[in-house]
Design a protein around this ligand. Structure first.
Ligand code: ZN
Length: 190
């Protein structure tokens, strides 16, 4: 995918926004970011920068920046995480969790959909399948779980689990392997 060059922040602002200014362009830019986000579209840095530049021109920087966090970096040295939803890997994780999560565990009896997997450790980000969330009446809760891969029920609170109301907070947690390493390497700035 080549976005850079196609998106020219200056053009719509100057030519169109002045005559057609009911927020349509803001929504269009938000939609672009959200579609990329929903599909976990891997982005080149130039494309990410192009979308963010466009978002800045239309005043939707924060929303676009959050949305694009769900798009992997094609040029990164390490794979921070991968999407597994719907894959044989997700089925294997789901099977393992249903074995390990025993009565007394926070997530016992709740249907879980494995969504993303850490690229460095066994952490998985799962969505809690909930009637209200499925019908759009509530936000999906998510959790980052560390399966033991023991093929047997674990004594609660294992497998270790952290629950989140905000998917971005769960993503922070999933990326903590890498963020921790980056922060440890970073020189002190004061
Ligand atoms: Zn990890």
């Amino acid at each position: 995918m080549r976005l850079a060059g196609l998106l020219d922040p200056a053009a719509p602002v100057a030519s169109v926004l002045s005559t057609w200014d009911a927020g349509e362009w803001e929504f269009a830019v938000e939609d672009v970011a959200e579609i990329l986000s929903d599909r976990h579209t891997p982005l080149l840095r130039t494309d990410r920068a192009a979308v963010l530049e466009l978002a800045a021109a239309f005043g939707v920087s924060a929303k676009a920046a959050s949305a694009l966090r769900w798009c992997p970096d094609l040029e990164a040295d390490d794979e921070w995480w991968r999407e597994i939803e719907g894959s044989p890997r997700a089925a294997a994780v789901e099977g393992e969790l249903s074995l390990e999560i025993a009565p007394g565990h926070t997530l016992h009896g709740i249907e879980l959909t494995p969504w993303l997997e850490c690229g460095a450790c066994d952490d998985v980000l799962v969505r809690l399948d909930d009637e209200n969330a499925r019908s759009g009446r509530a936000r999906y809760q998510v959790a980052v779980i560390h399966p033991a891969w023991s093929r047997q029920p674990e004594p609660p609170p294992w497998p270790s689990t952290v629950l989140f109301d905000q998917a971005l907070d769960a993503l922070d947690r999933l990326e903590s392997c890498f963020r921790g390493a980056l922060e440890a390497d970073a020189p002190f700035v004061d």
